[in-house]
Design a protein around this ligand. Sequence first.
Ligand code: ZN
Length: 262
Amino acid sequence: MIDSHCHLTIISKKAKEIEALLKRANKEGIFYFIDVGVNPNDIEFRLELLRDAEGVYLTAGYYPDYASLYTDVDLDAFKLKIKKANENKKYLYAVGEIGLDYYHNDLNKKDQKIFFAKLINVASEVNLPIVIHTRDAFKDTFDILKEEKHPERGILHCFTGNVKEAKKALDLGYIISFSGIVTYSKSDFLREVAQYVPSDMYTIETDSPYLTPQKLRGRSNEPAFIPYIAEVIAECRGESPSFVMKNALENTRRVLNFPLID
Ligand SMILES: [Zn+2]
């Protein structure tokens, strides 16, 4: 089973601690981990620490926080880093997280939109799917995706939209990723989405160390907590948690195309 979005090197910078937390996840049946990047400078360190960890696959991200800070030289360097990392063997399986975040900053919407559009094109150029972060910005996110030559495959990470917005993602062929937010008491709208989405169009993530599931709130989140999210989704769908987690793995694999461990 999989945690489709976590930040292992934000949880810990120490190889030993990461090893221990991966083991805790293994004990819960989680054997695949998508470690998601947030800026070009995290790529080398994450590769160094995680390259040889079994079942851990990486992405290269450029968070919307940088929308008013980057230069085109930075963007070229980002693209080059991805190409170089994947030159002899594939280490990076997606571009993301990238996207729009009007919740944290709605004063630079124009910058964010341009930045996101450029990054979508980077993903197309390096021939990788995208992992999208979108918060309070659904309309612009979909408008930009429609305008740009976007990759065929993608994940809307930490989905917080309603059924109507979910449908838009599905129409694009992008899958929806549910985080611990689906377990929160105020998230009825999200549990409706969990009920609505077809079996082949969703996945599950912790976004750890953030967004700890309801039952464990107060603790730092980690991949071992995936079953707490799967349990709620399974309940919404009238299915078993293991079936839900199996779909999550298959769907993420279809989108990111990483190898199975033997
Ligand atoms: Zn994240």
